[in-house]
Every structure is written in structure tokens, then in C-alpha cells.
Design a protein around this ligand. Sequence first.
Ligand code: ADP
Ligand code: MG
Length: 207
Amino acid sequence: MAVLLDYIEAERMLKRYGIKTVRSAYVKSGEEAVRFSNGKPLVMKVLSQQALHKSKSGLVKLNLYTEKEVRDAFSYLAKRASSLKLSGYKILAQEMAPSGIEIIVGGKVDPQFGKLVLVGLGGVYVEAFKDVAVRVCPIGSYDAKSMISQLKSRSVIAPNPGAERMVESLLLKASKMIMENNISELDLNPVILYPDGYNAVDLRIMK
Ligand code: ADP
Ligand code: MG
């Protein structure tokens, strides 16, 4: 059975391939979360093998600006996790990334084709529009380019050559990581894009 890789290990793996992630840490109390935030806006979420779709289950709190909001969110999430009877859950605090275009960069193993890498608009749009491009790994930069140009949302995801190069390079890194590791599923959803960079904020790697 597929097992969810611990968030911090997932973060470490992505870092080895040069994929940027938002600053995060596990917290054991509201106080710890306040210290981690250091005055910056925060996001908190419950991570558990038994809850893979966190916001649907009320396990994500966004837009935490004040110390009180941070403390209240911690107690809310801890209560929510125990009412859902999640065993072995952890609470993750993350810096709140500025908003931008949300894309999904993913991967899976197909019984017939083997390891695949995919890209598309992220969040709810993945399911609504089914606008994703998929290739067999490993991909080269020609493939990465053609994946992006195949998307209906290409002008949103890659509005200029710089943005296109950034997404291309992200896809090449993801493909390399999928090739070199024993991963049954990769789900970076979303990776938030900015004019001058990106930030992966939800990392799901299944071993
Ligand atoms: P899930 O996909 O399991 O519901 P996510 O971690 O993707 O949970 O969070 C849900 C949504 O919240 C994301 O799609 C994104 O829009 C937003 N979000 C999550 N983490 C952050 C963050 N650190 N900064 C800004 N927005 C975030
Ligand atoms: Mg997500």
C-alpha cells in the first residue's frame, strides 16, 4: 500500500532537486506556532496519512495574522484532528505565501507506461477543466516546452518566456526526482507562481 512520506522528508527530497518550498515546521502548541511565525502571516494544517485532502476535511487554516488567530487556529485544528480520530497526526505551520497562479506538478506510475510527470492549473481547476499535460519520464527540455504549450491555460501559467523557462525547469527537476526515487505518486498542488519565482506549498509524496 502507498505510504505518505513525512512532510519534512518530502521537503528534503525536493530541496535535493532544487525545488523551492515554503518555510515550514511542525508545531506542538499555539505558542510554538507564534514563535515560528515571528510576526509574519501564517498557515497551519493537519497532516495525517488518513487525511489526504486536508481543506475538504477542515484541516487547513489560512490567513493567520495575529497571535490570537494563530493560537485559536492551533486549538481548532487539534480538536478537529481528534474529532476525526486521526491517529499519528502532526500540525504543520507554514509561512503564508503571497497569492499567485496555482499550478499542479505531479507524477504517478502507470501500469502500462511507467513513470509519468504532469502539469496543469492547480487547485479546484485540475478537476474542473482537466487541463493537464502528461509525459513519460524522463523528459527533456523539448518535452517540458511541449507540455506547457499543449495546455489551454498556457497563457496563464506561462505568460512570458521567463515564466515558461521557470515552469520548464521545474518540470525537468520533478521528472528527475521521479526517475531517481521510489515514488508511487507526487502531488505538488499547488505550486504558486510569481513573476520572479515560485513556491511549492502542498507537498504530497507517496512511497
Ligand atoms: P489540500 O490540498 O490537502 O486541501 P493544501 O495544503 O493544498 O491542502 O491547502 C489548500 C489551499 O490553501 C491551497 O490550494 C492553497 O490555495 C492554500 N494554501 C495552502 N498552504 C498555503 C501557504 N503556505 N501559503 C498560501 N496559501 C496556501
Ligand atoms: Mg493541495
